[in-house]
Design a protein around this ligand. Sequence first.
Ligand code: DX5
Ligand code: ZN
Length: 220
Amino acid sequence: MQTKLSVSVLSADLANLAAQSRAALDAGADMLHIDVMDGHFVPNISYGAPVLKCLHKALPDAFYDVHLMIEDPAFYAKDFAAAGADLITVHLEAEGVRKDPKAVLQAIHDLGCKAGLSVRPGTPVEELFPYLDQVELVLIMSVEPGFGGQSFLPQTSQRLAAVRAELERRGLSVMVQVDGGVNTQTAPLCTQAGADVLVVGSAFYNAPDMSAMAAGIHAL
Ligand code: DX5
Ligand code: ZN
């Protein structure tokens, strides 16, 4: 199947969020990646459900891939679902997830959204394995979450490969997403290791030709 591109609008000009999101879709983005940061789970604050609600109103047909880097995603998931999220990804390390990840994933499904589970670079990917049959997507962070524009961590390739091997071993159809420092150099490393959804932020918005970048990723 074709590699999918989820554009992180964290790197867009946020004063022109709708136009910059439209540009990503017109260039060929398959999803819009919405990075939500609460200043606790990560040392940065981005935007919340009201921003997604406005963006969804402006661009109702886009697929909204919402990455919650927040401590209590179970409490806020309903707001993001109501605002237009199609997929909600939570972190295994978040305070409100680690006690009972299955309940949080079930709550996301009950809201009518696809569910994703993510780990920081320092968390062994094996910790995801008990939940692989409860998600539509796993997200392997290739930078420490919190900021766009960081460098891809090289150990990501073997982490992606380990997840892909486990999914194949169990015959599970789950998307494998990678997020952070993905650009034209690192994208092939990700797909070779088994990723099939690439999140691209700064490299996309800085690309001289966004359509060419999207086409390059689709061709991997
Ligand atoms: C990092 C975010 C990423 C980030 C990706 O915490 O989850 O989605 O915006 O940005 P780049 O592609 O610039 O690393
Ligand atoms: Zn992200």
